[in-house]
Design a protein around this ligand. Structure first.
Ligand code: SF4
Length: 441
């Protein structure tokens, strides 16, 4: 039977990358093969993100461009999955008649049967039920040798930060059972994966409701003990309120655990943190950072910051700038606040004008660029372990990889292969990348 072509476009976070991998694996079992050429596709899936207004707008503008493809090829199926699908549901099918399929965040394991149903019956389908049995099916695993893999250990979130749509579109927090995670991790290791990133909206609250009881650190230790030995283990995203002493100590005790934490602070003002319902103060955040650096002095720290949350005064913003200065983050992801449907913050009245938000974002990013540059320049002359990921996309003839602290390193070398761990002498630094020469192969 002729194989059909599947094109997947992923928007947003690593969790969406992971869900897209699962969808590709599921459809490959149904005689689909992934293509990078959208014009050849029989099925196009957009796996979407609605965490910020800008991310959602990108999806709609992309969808608009697909209309022409459907007009040229009426047999083409177009589906939308992920957070925008969950949020908008049937409305998408009504607004965009050329769409065939809407699948919410809990429905990806139903994808093959939903596609089959459309092929048989020829009508649009929307599936947005929350299925709290959780998608326990173990990730089928990569078909080709890959160096790094994502592994979801939980889904959903119970925190209800006032600006965030995630608990409404991904549902309540559920931890996957330990045996399922270990089976999936074991499969990845057997496949030659060198680095695993554990995924969840709030990974360090992992274990709630599971029997026998287990903490996130307990899970990390079990994965680190699996044969064959894992080179690198990471996790994202963690919540400062759930950063336990046990987890902080793990950075010293668990060898594969990389020296990097992404710890979203969101604001440096306790008043704004309270309005965001973040459940920690500025002082508590700073004290966790100090504990982390006590245990692991070279740990790299990255964070998320929202500027212009409703009611943010200049004094609140100054506190955020001051926190950046104090913590000396290696990098930040920074965003202007935008109203998200269903959230509490959307109902707040004291919204910050767009031009003030933009000016604050520019100021914040300029400060961080300087900090990141200085931190990277301090690495010049050091020899760092790099996991080789493949040819650099930006610099022809160079390879690229990451340090254990998650910094990108570009280097020239013809003799090392993807998946190797090499020592690279750092010779130059910018705010975002390092450049160097391989010392030992
Ligand atoms: S912790 Fe807060 S910001 Fe993160 S996913 Fe949950 S509700 Fe959203």
């Amino acid at each position: 039977m002729k194989q059909r072509q599947l094109y997947v476009e992923t928007f947003g976070c690593q969790m969406n990358d992971y869900d897209s991998e699962i969808m590709v694996c599921l459809m490959e079992d149904k005689n689909y093969v992934q293509t990078q050429n959208i014009n050849q596709a029989d099925l196009i899936l957009l796996n979407t993100c609605s965490i910020r207004e800008k991310a959602e707008q990108k999806v709609y503008s992309y969808l608009g461009r697909l209309r022409g493809l459907k007009e040229k090829n009426p047999d083409l199926l177009i589906g939308i999955t992920g957070c925008v699908a969950q949020q908008q549901g049937k409305k998408l099918l009504n607004d965009l008649p050329y769409l065939d399929l809407v699948v919410g965040t809990h429905g990806i394991y139903r994808l093959p049967q939903l596609v089959e149903e459309i092929n048989k019956k020829g009508h649009q389908i929307c599936w947005t039920n929350f299925d709290y049995k959780l998608n326990n099916a173990t990730h089928p695993g990569p078909n080709q040798i890959i160096v790094k893999a994502n592994l979801a250990i939980m889904q959903g979130c119970d925190n209800f930060c006032t600006y965030c749509v995630v608990p409404y579109v991904r549902g309540r927090e559920i931890s996957r059972p330990v045996p399922d995670i270990l089976e999936e991790a074991g499969g990845l290791l057997a496949n030659g994966v060198k680095e695993i990133t554990l995924l969840g909206q709030n990974v360090n609250s992992y274990g709630r409701g599971l029997e026998p009881k287990i903490t996130f650190t307990g899970l990390i230790k079990k994965i680190a003990d699996l044969p064959p030995a894992l080179s690198r283990l990471r996790f994202v995203t963690s919540h400062p309120k759930d950063l336990s002493v046990e987890l902080i100590r793990a950075f010293d005790e668990v060898k594969p655990l990389c020296e990097h934490v992404h710890l979203p602070v969101q604001s440096g003002s306790t008043r704004i943190l309270k309005a965001m319902h973040r459940k920690y103060t500025r002082e508590e955040y700073l004290s966790k950072v100090a504990e982390l650096r006590d245990v692991c002095p070279d740990i790299a720290l990255t964070t998320d910051v929202i500027v212009g949350f409703p009611g943010e005064t200049q004094a609140d913003f100054d506190q955020t700038m001051d926190l950046l200065d104090r913590v000396n983050f290696d990098g930040i992801f920074s965003f202007k606040y935008s109203d998200r449907p269903m959230t509490q913050a959307m109902k707040l009245r004291n919204k910050i004008p767009e031009e003030v938000k933009s000016a604050r974002l520019t100021e914040l990013q300029a400060l961080q660029k300087n900090i990141s540059l200085k931190k990277n320049q301090a690495l010049v002359g050091q020899e760092l372990e790099v996991l080789v990921e493949g040819p650099s996309k930006r610099i022809a003839g160079q390879l690229t990889g990451r340090t254990r602290t998650n910094k990108i390193v570009n280097f020239a070398c013809e003799t090392v292969s993807r998946g190797s761990l090499v020592n690279v002498l750092i010779e130059a630094a910018s705010a975002n990348t390092l450049r160097g020469t391989v010392r030992h192969e």
